[in-house]
Design a binder for this molecule. Structure first.
Ligand SMILES: [Fe+2]
Length: 225
């Protein structure tokens, strides 16, 4: 990370601050943790914060081209990242759960990177061609929902789990799969990315911390404000 500190060293320092400062420092720590996470995730995919990525997300708006579909799909992955980072902050008091949400946030960054890479390998003719109207519609519908608003309604871990399930089974992953299938440079790359996506969705069930596999156990864990 920047400033010569590793992520692990920064978390160690924050843990010391918590021990010394007690509960009054928790809001400050949560802010610090979110900032570190953003920095780490951006490092994992440096181009996400680059000018070219931002431009890619803003050019050709209000059009119905394939470039617009890529832009919307990448914005949706960023919204999913925001949502999972928000869940991580809301369950910071349950470290295994917080780690689980953090891993999901990191994977959403990966999805945006994949889309960016597929877009960059597409020809100008492909990108300026009309996009599938139903895919555009699904992506726009997904983006109308604010991650912040969704997070405000999370009262306990069951709410969070259901929200993640809803997201992972929403149209936005259909859009992602459509793009990967239709625009990957070769079939093996496309099938690899599709299998990665399915694995990502399946792990919500298979890898969720074992002590919270029942709805009742999740309902008992209150979210932080
Ligand atoms: Fe995703």
């Amino acid at each position: 990370m920047g400033a010569g500190w590793s992520e692990e060293e920064l978390y160690d320092a924050l843990n010391v601050a918590l021990i010394v400062g007690g509960s009054t420092v928790i809001p400050h720590l949560r802010h610090a943790v979110e900032t570190i996470d953003r920095a780490c995730l951006s490092t994992a995919c440096p181009s996400l914060n680059s000018d070219s990525f931002r431009k890619g997300r803003t050019v050709m708006s209000n059009t119905d081209t394939t470039a617009e579909l890529f832009k919307l799909a990448m914005a949706a992955e960023e919204a999913a990242e925001d949502l999972y980072l928000g869940l991580k902050a809301k369950f910071a008091h349950q470290p295994d759960v917080a780690d689980f949400w953090r891993e999901y946030a990191k994977e959403e960054v990966g999805h945006a990177c994949w889309l960016e890479s597929v877009r960059d390998k597409s020809s100008p003719e492909q990108l300026s061609a009309p996009a599938d109207p139903s895919m555009l519609n699904d992506a726009r519908k997904f983006l109308r929902r604010s991650p912040q608003h969704a997070l405000e309604e999370i009262a306990n871990l069951e709410d969070a789990y259901q929200l993640a399930n809803e997201l992972e089974n929403s149209e936005i992953n259909v859009v992602f799969e459509f793009i990967i299938t239709n625009f990957s440079s070769d079939e093996s790359a496309g099938s690899f990315l599709r299998s990665q996506l399915r694995d990502h969705i399946a792990r919500l069930v298979t890898d969720f911390p074992a002590r919270f596999t029942s709805a009742a156990s999740r309902q008992a864990v209150k979210a932080l404000d």
